[in-house]
Design a protein around this ligand. Structure first.
Ligand code: TRP
Ligand code: ZN
Length: 858
């Protein structure tokens, strides 16, 4: 255990900075093992104090000067204190840092022989002494000098000077927009660039450059194309224009997260930037499109308007996720996008909200802000904005958005100020709505129906309750929009979508003129991030699955039916007749000419084991896995002819296209194959082998590989070694090879995964590789992770402890998999808890892991 208990940072303790820093000049002498950083800051008092306390971490300080004179200072591991300071002054510091020894991947580090930076949230303090907080906005000038072997020298803003000095060269960059230091970025090294330009709505030409590993420029084409579409979309939909003459993106292999929105110089995990048909799956393409857009959209929601403090993180993240989801929906189809977004919310945010790590969209305290880049802040944060739009209507929403951009441009602001814009623009009282930012937990909404055929009245009683979460024993009702329509029992429309507002614990609404027995289609488009329960019979779900005009609810009713059948079987009460009926209904949905392939692929995939575990108390992963397999087998049997026909008919011919329609076709074909593997036979093995052998793109290759792994035996071993031999020089593809094995639910999988940790290609220092093996095992292999002997938990804990010494931020992300221990069968939960205790007891544990492990145990 740690000797001192770290003290949390609290929102209620916020005070403005003692000083402001108007301009920053940074001068880098770049050497991998010893980089000198000279900083010249123009500092101004922001209050009464003549004392300045700067943040720093791992800096070796060479000099501190105030107005040209050496100045006394007091240094601790994390602070530099100067006293007796004038009202305004120039502060010069000089420090030395070690980029090549930086395994934390925060601050300045080396990746693939190049210098790169990551400063959000608190990484800038690892580069120089500074007021490392987002409400200190400064204008930056950056001079970089390095060996000419580091061919490109990049930083934020515009290049204003460059030159060669023998074996060294330099560049000077100036960013005209004041920014917080977390948006600082710099890259130096050998890179290839893919270049283009974009003409903005006011006619300015912006140069676009995407930098990647030498020889990889063609793999940046999709990202560049996505960028141009995102720029156009933000002009057309949000009225936002880009503001610099240059926009750059750099891809790096070693990165803690997906990507980063540094002003004018976004830095990307290469897994979210590089794509071609041979090496990237359709899911990769989809994510590249959305993350490129996300980081670009941050230019306004994050960079131009930033956060006052890190408690306001959702101000930029929730809003920017909302923006990227809307963009993707416009690019790829609204219904399918919505289904995928809700699946992700349920898979990642609902468990968070139901466990010991539950926190509000705007938390009120933290030990390490790194731990709060969560699905709650991002995905639930987006849902809150979506509800705001539903409640205010389009006109009110856009009026509020425009007011926000007008009123707060150039500021570091708060969620209150954001919501106030919508209140001011519409005249509506949003005080109760603000509760969505302050209250954790997923509300459970129930709807009870009373229909009177004689009067044509349908009385709906809506209720909401939210279970207590850590630190919030009592909950209040939050205003939420319930989009709702009515069908009849033959699937004909009786009433179009309307939005009911549940703005208390309970409300009763009467719908008039309902002529026939109503089939309720409630929470259309998943209009609020809640769990819905109605008293409608399963028969109604069959009507919705066949005929609902709301595509989301069509899919949702199928999920509900599948979930009920699996959970019944897992509880020892199987309903074989129901399983057959469900299979037949899915078959009819597959025959629907009007539905697209991407949608049908989603219909065919049953709720995940993790989602099902959320519905079973206590959760029994083995029982769920078994019951789900039985239903898959039943589907494969009843639908066999259709699946084979689909698999044959959807085989593609001609040139590869990454567009949504072609991707949908591949998704459905792979989903068909996946289901067929639920009833193994020589014919299925042959089909899977042929599928894999004929694949001319990574989506089909992975689909074939997964099918062969599921079928097991020699065909699987052969495919795995062939795949490795073919792709051993492509790290992003080898990540997939590790992940495919980590997700294999067969009995021997953990042994194989453990073996893979000593494979020559396994590199625990690379977050992508670590996540591909250890992370994928813990998150996507519930059957093996929850092995009753506890070996899965022990394996994960071993890796959390080992990784913590190298990269605490990445180690901490793995803790969540153990966090839900109270929801599991007692023997399992006990073993999960034991491992958390083991982790929490480690000497010298990082704050990151300490915070999550102790909260998970509390
Ligand atoms: N702000 C980034 C985004 O959402 C993500 C981010 C936050 C990040 N902290 C990070 C990325 C640390 C890498 C490392 O777009
Ligand atoms: Zn973001």
């Amino acid at each position: 255990m740690r000797t001192e208990t770290p003290q949390p940072v609290r929102l209620s303790d916020y005070t403005p900075p003692s000083h402001l820093i108007d301009t920053v000049h940074l001068d880098f002498d770049l050497q991998p093992g010893a980089t000198r950083v000279k900083a010249t800051l123009s500092v101004r008092r922001n209050g009464e104090s003549d004392t300045l306390v700067l943040d720093g971490e791992g800096l070796s300080t060479h000099r501190v000067r105030v107005d040209g004179q050496d100045h006394p200072f007091e240094e601790t591991a994390e602070t530099l204190t100067l006293t007796g300071l004038p009202e305004t002054f120039t502060l010069e510091t000089e420090v030395q840092i070690d980029p090549s020894g930086n395994t934390v991947l925060m601050g300045l580090y080396m990746s693939g022989g190049r210098f790169c930076t990551q400063c959000e949230a608190e990484g800038f303090r690892r580069i120089t002494w500074f007021l490392d907080r987002p409400d200190v906005l400064s204008r930056y000038t950056v001079r970089m000098e390095a060996d000419t072997a580091f061919h490109h020298l990049l930083a934020n803003g515009n290049l204003i000077d460059s030159g060669t000095l023998g074996a060294r060269h330099f560049a000077v960059w100036e960013d005209p927009f004041p920014k917080p230091c977390y948006l600082f970025a710099m890259v130096a090294g050998e890179l290839d660039a893919l270049e283009d330009s974009f003409t903005t709505m006011s006619g300015r030409a912006v140069a676009l450059k995407v930098f990647v590993d030498p020889g990889m420029a063609s793999r940046a084409e999709y990202a560049l194309d996505s960028l141009k579409r995102a720029m156009k979309w933000d002009e057309e939909v949000f009225g936002r224009e880009y503001d610099l003459d240059l926009f750059m993106i750099v891809a790096v292999r070693d990165f803690n997260f997906g990507a980063m929105e540094n002003k004018g110089l976004n830095i990307f995990n290469s897994s979210l930037l590089l794509a071609d048909a041979a090496t990237a799956t359709d899911m990769d393409y989809e994510r590249i499109e959305s993350v490129v857009a996300h980081e670009y959209f941050h230019n306004w929601t994050g960079d131009r308007i930033t956060c006052r403090d890190w408690f306001q993180l959702c101000l930029k993240e929730g809003l920017t996720v909302f923006r990227d989801q809307e963009f993707s929906a416009d690019m790829r189809g609204h219904a399918v996008q919505r289904i995928k977004d809700v699946k992700a919310l349920r898979a990642r945010q609902f468990p968070e909200d139901a466990g010991p790590l539950a926190h509000p969209v705007r938390p009120s305290s933290y030990l390490k802000i790194d731990n709060f880049y969560t699905a709650t802040i991002y995905e639930k944060g987006s849902e809150v904005i979506r509800m705001l739009k539903a409640l205010l209507g389009d006109e009110g929403f856009w009026a509020g958005m425009n007011l926000y951009f007008e009123r707060h441009d150039g500021e570091a602001t708060t969620v209150e100020a954001f919501i106030q814009c919508f209140a001011d623009a519409t005249g509506k009282d949003l005080d109760a709505f603000f509760g969505w930012y302050e209250q954790a937990g997923t509300p459970k909404v129930t709807i009870n129906r009373r229909y009177d055929a004689a009067t044509g009245q349908l009385e709906l009683t809506l209720k909401q309750v939210t279970a207590p979460t850590p630190g919030q024993p009592t909950k209040t009702a939050l205003p939420l929009p319930v989009a709702l329509g009515l069908l009849d029992e033959d699937g004909r429309v009786q009433a179009e979508t309307q939005i009911l507002v549940l703005d208390g614990a309970e409300t009763t609404i009467t719908l008039e003129g309902v002529k026939k027995t109503p089939v309720l289609s409630a929470l259309r488009g998943f209009s609020a991030p809640v769990k819905l329960e109605t008293d409608a019979p399963a028969d109604h779900d069959y009507v919705l699955l066949a005929a609902d005009t709301d595509q989301f609810n069509r899919w949702e009713s199928g999920q509900r039916l599948g979930s009920r059948l699996i959970l019944a079987r897992a509880a020892g009460e199987p309903d074989p007749a129901g399983e057959t009926r469900f299979a037949e209904a899915l078959g009819r949905a597959l025959d629907d000419q009007a539905a697209n392939d991407a949608f049908k692929a989603l219909l065919l995939s049953l709720p995940s084991e993790q989602d099902l575990a959320m519905e079973m108390q206590p959760a029994d992963p083995a029982a769920i896995h078994g019951a789900r397999d039985v239903l898959r087998g039943r589907l494969a049997e009843v639908l066999a002819d259709r699946l084979i026909r689909l698999h044959d008919a959807l085989a593609h011919a001609g040139a590869f296209s990454a567009d949504a329609e072609a991707a949908g076709r591949r998704a459905l074909r792979n989903a068909a194959l996946d289901l067929l593997t639920a009833r193994p036979s020589e014919a299925v093995i042959e089909r899977a082998r042929a599928h894999y052998g004929a694949a001319d793109n990574m989506t089909d290759a992975i689909g074939g590989l997964n099918a062969l792994i599921a079928l097991g035996g020699e065909a699987s071993d052969t495919a795995l070694s062939a795949f490795h031999a073919r792709w051993k020089h492509e790290p992003l593809v080898i990540d997939k090879w590790f992940a495919a094995q980590a997700r294999d639910p067969s009995e021997l999988a953990l042994g194989r995964v453990m073996g893979l940790t000593t494979h020559p290609d396994f590199d625990a220092k690379n977050p992508n590789r670590l996540r591909a093996l250890v992370g994928a095992f813990a998150s996507f292999n519930p059957a093996r992770f929850h092995d009753p002997d506890g070996s899965g938990y022990r394996f994960l804990a071993d890796w959390i402890i080992a990784t913590d010494k190298v990269n605490p931020m990445t180690a901490a992300r793995f803790v969540e998999a153990l966090g839900g221990w109270r929801r599991y069968r007692e023997d399992l939960g006990g073993k999960m808890r034991e491992q958390l205790q083991r982790i929490a007891a480690v000497e010298g544990l990082s704050k990151n892991v300490f915070e999550l492990a102790t909260k998970a145990l509390a």
